[in-house]
Design a protein around this ligand. Structure first.
Ligand code: ADP
Length: 656
């Protein structure tokens, strides 16, 4: 049942009735009637039926006249023409005028019904097509709107990540918010951490005077609600009081938030003068824009922080007396502070970006650069620069930066050290002469007359003390010489041979003390060293291992090769070293605190000498010990292939 309206225009009452009662109404069509052309035309124009069944032959205005008149009025109503037999020519004319179908009178009801249904089916199809087209157009319009929204969001997204200044980005965000939600005005408010108020940061369509005054107190406002909950707010109907004297019809407030800072502002759009409302889709759009604004603000804050830190660092580097050069991983200069440019006599600005090797001519530094890249560890060296000043240069690889070269002026320390060594050497030397005289006279004492038992004992004690002072002076002189690089010529040597010779010289003493010594020399790569000084190292270590051992104990000496080093260990089963003594035993004159140590003769200078010699060789020494069980002294020296003698690696002891 379609219920379409059909207008019949015919001067024959009979035909009208047949059509109405026999054909149309039984099928649910609603029927309008006219018995002449003029009435038919009027009804057609006023009622706009879905179908017109029109008799051709009528007195006065005939069927074709009605069709023409309708055409003139631009009223297109699908029409079936009823004609008499033999008027084919007229039918052709009628088709030209847009008539859908014709039926020849007299007609069978079936024939007319088919014509009506054909015409209406076509009309329905057309209507359906038109509806689909409208739907399609609507979908297309929405799609275009979405594309436009996406484009806007995309371009805002790009502004956030581009290098645009913050002001521009925020203004763009607010403009986009107004554009996309079709709002009247938009604003971006930020929380002022000091006052706790919301302050206007960017706006669109807000007049300047109001913008300048805008400062929202947080209490009891909608903004406060958003800040507290971190959720967007959509208010649609009625007039809402937002700020004193500021009324809106509808609004959206979207929170500006980051995981780190929480909610710190609001992006808002409003309708102030027009009674319009926003949709949840608008809320989504605004939230996306608010996220962009939050990212832009956070980026700006982080940039500001980094910039401040950078400026501080720059100021520190500028003011410090230490010479600092920062290099990238390819050893191009990234930064050269004034102290460095003064020390190296280079310009601190012109050198930036240039390879260090092109700018710096000092050989020690150049070798240091070369070696740090190879070894990937901190190195240091003493560097004598033009002007006669000595620097302690540390070159350290720094992850994700490259390298940092720091140079401390140690000229005055070197001078002090030299004066101290000279003083010690002089004093020690000057003490030796009177000491020799004392020993001579003590020896003479027995020869010039008999001594009683007690006198002999006293003389013995004096002799022992003299021996102790002589040993002390001897050690002090040695230390002075080592530190003054005296007698320190380096040559290629086999360390295992040096150790072997010292071990052999200790055999009688070991037998006397009933100590077992384990030592199996094996061939090792050459090192650069001073044989006399290295012998001294081994003698001191072994003599301690004997002195601080127990009867029937053992000593184990080993020398191995590992990663470009020779590692020498001297282990003993002796009294060990207490944790309190351990950090100090390489210091000058330091002796263990316990009564066990006090009983044993010593100057407290043996290990100071050992350490000094090892360090002069670019090596390192350390000790591990368990009181009551024994100690292990370990030192390492670079093999010759891996030994630029000037450099001393920092923190390199394996197993430390
Ligand atoms: P000295 O042996 O003349 O006292 P050193 O400088 O050689 O001086 O040693 C310093 C201190 O280190 C010693 O007094 C002793 O306490 C401790 N020490 C050194 N070697 C050993 C060792 N092998 N076993 C135990 N303690 C040791």
């Amino acid at each position: 049942m379609s219920g379409e309206r059909v207008l019949i225009v015919d001067d024959s009452k009979e035909v009208l009735e047949i059509l109405r009662f026999l054909i149309l109404e039984p099928r649910g069509y609603r029927v309008l009637e006219a018995t002449n052309g003029v009435d038919g035309l009027r009804l057609a124009l006023t009622e706009r039926p879905d179908l017109l069944i029109l008799d051709e032959q009528m007195p006065g205005m005939n069927g074709l006249d009605v069709i023409r008149a309708l055409q003139e009025q631009n009223a297109q109503i699908p029409t079936i023409l009823m004609t008499a037999f033999g008027s084919e020519e007229l039918v052709v004319r009628a088709f030209r005028m847009g008539v859908r179908d014709y039926v020849i009178k007299p007609f069978e009801p079936e024939e007319m019904l088919k014509a009506v249904e054909r015409a209406l089916a076509e009309i329905r199809l057309r209507a359906e097509r038109d509806r689909l087209i409208t739907q399609l157009e609507e979908a297309n319009r929405r799609l275009q709107q979405q594309v436009q929204e996406l484009n806007t969001l995309y371009s805002i997204g790009r502004s956030v990540t581009s290098r645009l200044d913050l002001e521009t980005v925020l203004t763009r965000v607010v403009e986009a918010a107004v554009f996309l939600t079709r709002a009247e005005e938009g604003l971006l408010l930020l929380l002022d951490p000091e006052s706790g108020d919301l302050v206007l940061r960017a706006a669109k369509n807000v007049d300047t005077k109001r913008a300048q005054e805008m400062r929202i107190r947080l209490q009891d406002t909608l903004a406060e609600q958003v800040l507290r909950s971190g959720e967007p707010l959509l208010i649609g109907e009625g007039q809402i009081k937002v700020v004193t004297g500021y009324l809106v019809y509808s609004l959206i407030y979207a929170p500006l938030r980051t995981p780190e800072r929480g909610t710190f502002g609001i992006l808002g759009v409003t309708h102030r003068t027009k009674a319009r409302s926003f949709t949840t889709h608008d809320v989504r759009l605004l939230c996306a824009l608010a996220d962009y604004a939050a990212i832009a603000l956070e980026n700006a804050r982080l940039y500001e922080e980094t910039e401040t830190a950078r400026r501080k660092l720059e100021a520190v580097l500028r003011e410090t007396d230490e010479a600092v050069i920062i290099l990238d991983p390819q050893q191009r200069i990234l930064l050269c502070n004034p102290a460095a440019s003064a020390a190296l006599r280079i310009s601190s600005t012109d050198v930036v970006g240039r390879p260090a090797a092109q700018v710096i001519s000092n050989r020690t530094l150049l070798d240091l650069f070369l070696n740090v890249a190879r070894r990937k560890q901190s190195l240091y060296a003493e560097v004598l620069l033009a002007g006669g000043r000595t620097y302690n240069a540390h070159l350290t690889p720094v992850e994700s930066v490259g390298y940092v070269l720091m140079m401390q002026d140690i000229t005055h320390l070197k001078e002090l050290d030299r004066v101290k060594s000279e003083f010690l050497a002089t004093v020690s030397h000057d003490l030796r002469t009177p000491l020799t005289a004392i020993r001579g006279y003590v020896d003479l004492l027995e020869k010039v007359g008999p001594l009683n038992e007690q006198q002999r004992e006293f003389v013995d004690r004096v002799r022992r003390s003299i021996a102790h002072i002589a040993a002390l002076i001897g050690d002090l002189l040695e230390l002075g010489r080592i530190e003054a690089d005296y007698d320190l010529e380096m040559e290629p040597l086999h360390l295992e041979s040096v150790i072997d010779a010292v071990v052999e010289s200790f055999r009688p003493l070991l037998e006397e003390k009933k100590l077992t010594l384990y030592w199996e020399p094996k061939p090792l790569p050459l090192i650069r060293g001073n044989p006399r000084r290295l012998r001294q190292v081994m003698e001191n270590l072994l003599s301690n291992a004997v002195k601080y051992n127990r009867e029937g104990g053992w000593i184990a000496v080993s020398a191995d090769q590992q990663d470009g080093y020779i590692i020498v260990r001297v282990a003993d089963s002796g009294i060990g070293i207490s944790p309190e003594d351990l950090p100090h035993i390489f210091e000058r004159f330091y002796r263990g605190q316990g009564p066990e140590v006090e009983e044993i003769e010593g100057t407290g200078l043996g290990l100071a000498i050992v350490k000094s010699v090892i360090e002069k060789h670019g090596g390192r020494i350390w000790v591990e010990s368990q009181p009551g069980k024994g100690s292990v002294f370990t030192f390492l020296l670079h093999t010759m292939e891996d030994n630029p003698p000037l450099f001393r690696p920092l923190n390199t002891a394996p197993g430390e």
